[in-house]
Design a binder for this molecule. Structure first.
Ligand code: YSA
Length: 334
C-alpha cells in the first residue's frame, strides 16, 4: 500500500506540473483528493494493514495529501496571475473605468413617515394594529355613529362595491375592530396606519387614494388633557422640535366633544400662524359601547391624521398627485 501511495502521489504531482488549464487541476483535485478519489480509496484499505503500521501509514497519507494540495494551490495562483496579466494587457480592458453602479431603491417618503409615527407611538406604549381596506358599511359608518342619510357621509365620498362593501374612507373603523378584539377590557392603546380611499377628484391637496393613521386610547378616567398631552408630544417628536398645540371645536360623529388640533413651533409670537394637524376627540359613548366597552366605566380619546400631507410638508412637495404617480424622477429625489 505504501508503494501504491508513493506512486499515486508522484503521478499527481506530475499531472499538476503538466497541467495546461485550471480544468486539468480540478480534474486532479477530484480524482485524487476528492471524496471518492484515489487517496480516499486507499485509506479505506487501511484496515488490512497490521495494527502497528496503520498509524504511520495514516500520517504518510496526510503528508502526501498536503503536498498535493500545496502544489495545486501554487499552480492555481500561477494560472490566476497569467489570466490577470492577460486581462491587463488586453487593450479593451480599462482598469480605471468606474464600476457598474447597482441601482438600489429606498423607502417611499410616505412609508418613512408611517414608520416614524409607528416608532414614536411604540415608544409611548401603543400597539400598531391593522384593519381591512375593504370594509363593511357597518364598520366604516354605522358603528361610528354615521347612519345612512347622515350628512357626514357626504363628506367622505365613497367607493361602493357591488357586494355592498366599501373601500374604507378613513382608518376609524379600525377603532371598532381593536376595541372588540380587546373584549371590553381596558386599557387599550393602539394606532392603525393604512391606506384609505375617497371618490374625489384629485387636486394638489386631495387624492382618491391616501394614507391616514388612527390613534385610540381607552381606560378609566381618561380626559381631554391626556389627549392633548400625548398628541403634543407625538407631534414634537415627529417634527423634531417642541410644538404647541391648540384645540378648536369640530364636529366628528364618533367623538364628543370633537376637535381639530392645530400646531405651531413652541414659543411662536402670538400672531404666528397655526397649522391644522389632525382631527381628534373624546370617543362617543355609543362608539365605546359598540366596541364592547362600558361607557360608564371607561372613557377614551381618538385621533386621525393624514400621512401624505406630513410627507409633503417635510419635503416641500406642493402637489400630492406626485406621491403615488410612480415617476422615478420624482421618487429619486428623496
Ligand atoms: C377624527 C376624530 C377622531 O377621533 C378620529 C379620526 C378622525 C379623522 C376622521 N376619521 C377623518 O377621516 N377626518 S378627515 O376627513 O378630515 O380626514 C383626516 C385627514 O386626512 C385630513 O386632515 C387630511 O390630512 C387627510 N385627507 C382627507 N382627505 C384627503 C386627505 N389627504 C389626501 N387626500 C384626500 N382626499
Amino acid at each position: 500500500m505504501k508503494d501504491r501511495l508513493e506512486e499515486l502521489a508522484s503521478q499527481a504531482l506530475q499531472r499538476i506540473a503538466d497541467a495546461e488549464t485550471t480544468a486539468d487541476l480540478e480534474q486532479v483535485d477530484k480524482t485524487i483528493l476528492g471524496r471518492k478519489g484515489e487517496l480516499a480509496c486507499l485509506m479505506r484499505g487501511i484496515g488490512s494493514l497490521p495494527a502497528e503500521e496503520r498509524k504511520p501509514f495514516g500520517r504518510l497519507v496526510n503528508e502526501r495529501k498536503e503536498a498535493i494540495e500545496a502544489a495545486l494551490g501554487a499552480r492555481r495562483e500561477a494560472f490566476d496571475a497569467v489570466r490577470q496579466q492577460a486581462r491587463l494587457q488586453d487593450s479593451r480592458y480599462d482598469p480605471t473605468e468606474p464600476g457598474l453602479a447597482v441601482p438600489t431603491g429606498h423607502l417611499h417618503p410616505i412609508t418613512r413617515v408611517r414608520r416614524e409615527v409607528e416608532e414614536i407611538f411604540l415608544g409611548l406604549g401603543f400597539d400598531v394594529v391593522d384593519g381591512p381596506e375593504v370594509e363593511t358599511e357597518e364598520f366604516n359608518f354605522d358603528l361610528l355613529n354615521i347612519p345612512a342619510h347622515h350628512p357626514a357621509r357626504d363628506n367622505q365620498d365613497t367607493f361602493w362595491l357591488e357586494s355592498g362593501h366599501v373601500l374604507r374612507t378613513h382608518t376609524s373603523p379600525v377603532q371598532l375592530r381593536a376595541m372588540r378584539a380587546r373584549g371590553g377590557q381596558p386599557p387599550l392603546r393602539v394606532i392603525a396606519p393604512g391606506r384609505v380611499f375617497r371618490n374625489e377628484q384629485p387636486d394638489r391637496t386631495h387624492e382618491a387614494i391616501f394614507h391616514q393613521v388612527e390613534g385610540l386610547m381607552v381606560d378609566r378616567g381618561i380626559t381631554v388633557a391626556d389627549m392633548k398631552g400625548v398628541l403634543a408630544l407625538f407631534l414634537s417628536r415627529l417634527f423634531g422640535g417642541d410644538v404647541e398645540v391648540r384645540l378648536r371645536p369640530h364636529y366628528f360623529p364618533f367623538v364628543e366633544p370633537g376637535f381639530e388640533l392645530d400646531m405651531r413651533p413652541a414659543g411662536s409670537p402670538p400672531e404666528a400662524e397655526w397649522l391644522e394637524a389632525l382631527g381628534c376627540g373624546m370617543v362617543h359613548p355609543d362608539v365605546l359601547a359598540a366596541g364592547g366597552f362600558d361607557p360608564d366605566q371607561v372613557t377614551g380619546w381618538a385621533f386621525g391624521m393624514g400621512l401624505d400631507r406630513v410627507a409633503m410638508m417635510r419635503h416641500g412637495i406642493d402637489d400630492l398627485r406626485w406621491m403615488l404617480g410612480g415617476d422615478l424622477r420624482f421618487l429619486q429625489q428623496f
